[in-house]
Ligand binder design. Structure first.
Ligand SMILES: CC(C)(COP(=O)(O)OP(=O)(O)OC[C@H]1O[C@@H](n2cnc3c(N)ncnc32)[C@H](O)[C@@H]1OP(=O)(O)O)[C@@H](O)C(=O)NCCC(=O)NCCS
Length: 208
């Protein structure tokens, strides 16, 4: 029995199929499937081999941290919002009072890499069963490095069991649409002039 389980594990790892947890790290299936120490050691070695084959985007980033913003962070937050403000695909927060209100109404996190602020991300609980993923901005110097994906995973990790999670984005914001579709979100509807800026938005939804 144990041998059969061991072989199926062996096939699983040698065929290159690896699961991943919410932090994007590879899962250790071994402790779940078998108590056999030899199989465990063999499979751990195989996991390490697979880990080393992952690209830096796929690996967890130990130098990235998400820290809840406080009123003292408001200028840094606004500076980030300004970097995205000129785009028609993003309606940022540019007013200090509005930003401070956002800090109270939403969970606003600053994203740090090696002690430097590289982005911000927010979520809002509309009800215990409904969460809204609000602003997500990555500083232009740090885009294309997988930080938005990690920010999405960070927020989703905090929302386990929440029945409806939604967000809005501009129909031309393909990065965001691709990112969230890859995480199981579906386009629910298009809303004209959503932010009052004359631009449409798509509502993306994940339901469980
Ligand atoms: C949109 C934004 C947050 C993306 O940040 P980023 O750190 O560059 O994004 P990532 O590197 O994590 O890439 C996220 C995903 O975008 C998609 N993507 C990346 N480049 C893309 C491109 N050129 N075209 C289409 N999709 C692309 C991919 O699905 C990618 O995920 P994957 O490569 O891991 O599969 C960033 O460009 C930004 O701050 N823009 C301005 C503000 C904004 O529009 N915010 C979103 C509001 S809803």
């Amino acid at each position: 029995m144990q041998f059969t389980r061991g072989m199926s594990l062996y096939r699983r790892y040698t065929s290159g199929v690896l699961g991943s947890n919410s932090r994007g790290r590879t899962k250790d299936f071994i402790t779940i499937y078998t108590p056999d120490v030899h199989v465990r050691i063999l499979a751990r070695a195989l996991i390490m081999k697979k880990e080393s084959q992952l690209s830096p985007r796929q690996k967890g980033d130990p130098n990235l941290s998400f820290i809840r913003a406080t009123p003292e962070d408001v200028d840094a937050f606004l500076e980030l919002e300004h970097t995205a403000a000129k785009s028609k695909t993003y309606s940022g927060t540019l007013d200090k009072d509005e930003a401070l209100r956002e800090f109270v109404e939403n969970e606003v996190y600053l994203i740090y890499r090696d002690g430097q602020i590289v982005g911000s991300t927010e979520l809002q609980m509309k009800s215990p069963e409904h969460a809204y993923l609000a602003g997500l901005v990555i500083h232009p110097d740090f885009r294309g490095q997988g930080i938005a994906r990690k920010a999405a995973l960070f927020r989703l990790g905090k929302l386990k069991g929440v029945k409806r999670i939604d967000l809005v984005t501009h129909p031309e914001n393909l990065k965001i649409i691709n990112l969230y579709q890859s995480l199981g979100f579906k386009i629910e509807k298009r809303i004209e002039n959503y932010h009052g800026d004359g631009e449409p938005r798509l509502m993306l939804v994940k339901e469980s």
